[in-house]
Design a protein around this ligand. Sequence first.
Ligand SMILES: *Cc1c(COP(=O)(O)O)cnc(C)c1O
Ligand code: SF4
Length: 328
Amino acid sequence: MNSQTAAWQQALAAAFTSVDSLCDYLNIAPDNLPLLADYQAFPLKVPRGFADCMEQGNPDDPLLRQVLPLQDELIDYPGYSHDPVGDLAAVAEAGIIHKYHGRVLLISTGTCAVNCRYCFRRNFPYAQLQLSTQKIQRALTYIAEHMEISEVILSGGDPLLLNDAKLGRLLQELSKIKHLRRIRIHSRVPIVLPMRITEQLLTTLSGLATQVVMVLHANHANELSSAVAKACSDLRRHGVTVLNQSVLLKGVNDAGDILCALSEKLFACGVLPYYLHLLDHASGVGHFEVSETDAKQLLITMQQRLPGYLVPKLVKEQAGAAYKIPIC
Ligand SMILES: *Cc1c(COP(=O)(O)O)cnc(C)c1O
Ligand code: SF4
């Protein structure tokens, strides 16, 4: 590794990639767990800092459950498919998904800092979609030619895995497009790799002419370490509006107490809850499903206990729909 490699890139390269090494680190005996034997198609990937937020010796830890490959992934649930939200049908241009009015999703990179077992993108043909240097110009042209686009959402994969130079160039180019009011970044990186929020990145973000919104992805209060809290306050101090989206996951956060604690902790970090998503029905993730009936009940519990601004919108994504469908 050369000296140009940033600390966060080194940390990412040192992330856990095997069940055995992660279990060893957490003092858990893997032999007693119903593990998936071959998980190389969607590998395990867990940065050490995220593992440090897990409880030692607890195989049911809610953070561990999000990343541990289990045999349950082989179960074929009816109605679960490889492209449950119709993203493939909505690809307008290489790397761009234009499904919603005024907003486009830009697939900036195919990789993530953590591999979440429940993710609908686990089956996604990233290589075809991700933004190579050659495709970037075409994507920018598409956005520039569509005056009705007011917000570009950098997604992936995780856009914050682009290095500072590449990300900086992309953000600069976008902020030159006059009809864009906002640049939004969807990222789990500030949660699982908070050291990525470097001074250089903060300077880039605060220097843009366009407003910047960052939507984090945390599912449980235990994910919000003091390092994460610092990353969030740094982002806010640099003018970024910080929101959070979660996925409702069986065995992770399907309890009123857990969801309320998450909202409270987010707000303590200066972050507002935005969406609570019902699980997308992607092949291999059915064991995480919480029924719509149970989800509604959980939302009512949150409404009873929290101020309105700490209750996220409960939504589900429907292929072909013009927006995320609210439940309740
Ligand atoms: C979720 C999503 C958006 C953003 O939707 P908001 O309701 O504005 O957060 C935009 N495009 C696609 C394809 C999406 O999946
Ligand atoms: S896209 Fe988000 S939810 Fe999916 S694996 Fe990456 S970080 Fe996890």
